[in-house]
Design a protein around this ligand. Structure first.
Ligand SMILES: [Zn+2]
Length: 144
């Protein structure tokens, strides 16, 4: 039997995943808003240094850039050097902790998470081990 191009079961499942993600996302936004705001490049570098020590990343090259526009936190690696970007209202100490935990996970040998291409993938990614690990560290410093 031929499979239909679109499965209603999957659609309903996704709807409930999206619905369940609302309180999780709201909590993340509220907790992040309460976190210390990063106002300068030197403050950003200070936060990175603190987290490098906490996460035992002393030998890892990590820099940061404070962007003029809103950015909740992006981290990437190029030539073995990590870089964290934050900006606007998204430049918080907690956003830096989140990205630093992603770096810790990479250094520990975990693979980079696949970038989300749409809202559904992004929602599912939020429930993945990687994002939960980064979020738990971001707000509660639970290092899983
Ligand atoms: Zn993340």
């Amino acid at each position: 039997m031929e499979k239909p191009p679109y499965s209603i079961g999957k659609g309903i499942g996704l709807f409930f995943v999206l619905l369940a993600s609302i309180p999780f996302s709201a909590t993340v936004v509220i907790l992040d808003t309460l976190s210390k705001q990063i106002k300068s490049q030197s403050q950003l570098e200070e936060e990175i240094l603190k987290e490098k020590e906490r996460l035992k990343l002393d030998n890892v090259s990590i820099s940061g850039e404070l962007l003029p526009s809103h950015c909740d936190g992006i981290c990437y690696v190029h030539d073995g050097r990590y870089k964290i970007l934050v900006g606007g209202a998204g430049a918080t100490a907690s956003a830096i902790r989140h990205e630093m935990k992603h770096i810790r996970n990479r250094v520990s040998g975990r693979e980079w998470p696949k970038p989300a291409e749409n809202l559904a993938e992004l929602t599912l990614a939020m429930y993945s081990r990687e994002e939960l690990s980064a979020t738990l560290y971001q707000f509660f410093r639970i290092n899983l």
